[in-house]
Design a protein. Sequence first.
Length: 173
Amino acid sequence: MPDLSDMFELDAPVLELIIRGVVIYLALLVLMRITGQRESGGLGLTDVLIVVLIAEAAAGGLVGDSRSVTGGIILVATILVCSVAIDAAAYRFPRFSAVLKARPRPLIEDGRLNHELMRREFMTTQEVLSQLRLHGIQDPARVHLAYLEPNGMISVLPENDDDIDSPPHPPAQ
């Protein structure tokens, strides 16, 4: 029978685990913020970051590869505390939010593509047109505004409100 006390024994000091968690979280957050928001898909960058870090932190405790369950729990808790602290700071301090939180950025304004943003995000004209077609729009000239949202999706506001699909009204009772 395995010695279960080894499973909860720490391989590194608690403070070291916390410092490692904070440093890795902040470094990855900055790197992901620098690389742009297009690649994150339907999740926000911080959501992707949290999922990856928690999976990695918990993996050692799950498979028993010389890291303890306790160490994994401390790392996961540290990562979650960092995430909440960053969100709280971004909420309370708008300047901090501008640095850490992505904002919607105009991709199309009055039918004109923002080629500078497209270059930064490595988006081709064909990719933008493909996204417009998903919104039922063939021609960018029919777009009043289109934004690259923080989660990587593209929202489109057509030139006239008639093009907007409105949700069906519930039946009258």
